[in-house]
Design a protein around this ligand. Structure first.
Ligand code: GS8
Length: 214
């Protein structure tokens, strides 16, 4: 069977969120770059893959998906269901809580920081420090909650690695490329959790892919 296809450039943390899941799941896949410079993401071919003209898009046989977190869940369900703890009602429920927090609290605070510190300068813009500071405060509130959880459990949803942890990887790798990487230093359990994730081959591979020279 043809490998799964993930469409999008690996500078996008929404794309690399899926690469982490694909790597962890041991899936066979191919990354198909989409060129933003030529607006390929708005071309009819790409709009057929993602009607919002965004990356990532994904194909597995006759199945076409978009939305990175839905793609990650599909990949895990197909190749490594243990990442979803689906056999355990309580563990899977807590994993879902942590997935929601990742999307709606953690990444919601990180997105503007990454945009201001990484994306805007790439296009000749400046960094709005007020936006950065406001969102760093939001991020710290989330990190306080994580610190308390990780003082009791090895991973966010409990004492097991799950997709909830992995979905944090791509945006956190980007945070490390900003001048605010040291924000984790005040949270020793968060730092230890992150160091553990960084040691995983899947994360090492994605970290290498995200470097512009890779
Ligand atoms: C977000 C996709 C997105 O914003 C997901 O897949 O998780 N909720 C969606 N993609 C950006 C890539 S930058 O990281 C994108 O494609 N932007 C171009 C555009 O909106 O035109």
């Amino acid at each position: 069977m043809a490998p799964m296809k993930l469409y999008g450039a690996t500078v996008s943390w929404n794309v690399t969120r899926c690469v982490v899941a694909l790597e962890e799941a041991g899936a066979e896949y191919q990354i198909v770059p989409i060129d933003f410079a030529t607006a390929e993401h708005k071309s009819p071919d790409h709009l057929a893959r993602n009607p919002f003209g965004q990356v990532p898009a994904f194909q597995d046989g006759d199945l076409h998906l978009w939305e990175s977190r839905a793609i990650c869940k599909y990949v895990a369900r197909k190749h490594k269901p243990d990442l979803l703890r689906e056999g355990n009602l309580k563990e899977s429920a807590m994993m879902e809580v942590c997935l929601e927090v990742e999307a709606n609290q953690y990444t919601a605070a990180l997105n503007p920081i990454l945009y201001q510190c990484l994306v805007s300068p790439m296009f000749g813009g400046t960094t709005d420090q007020k936006v950065v500071e406001e969102n760093l405060e939001k991020l710290k509130k989330v990190l306080e909650v994580y610190e308390a959880r990780l003082a009791k459990h090895k991973y966010l949803a409990g004492d097991f690695l799950s997709l909830a942890d992995l979905n944090h990887v791509s945006v956190t790798l980007c945070l490390l490329a900003t001048p605010h990487a040291s924000v984790f230093d005040a949270y020793p359990h968060v730092k230890a959790w992150w160091d553990g994730l960084m040691a995983r081959p899947s994360v090492q591979k994605v970290a290498a892919l995200m470097k512009p020279s890779a």
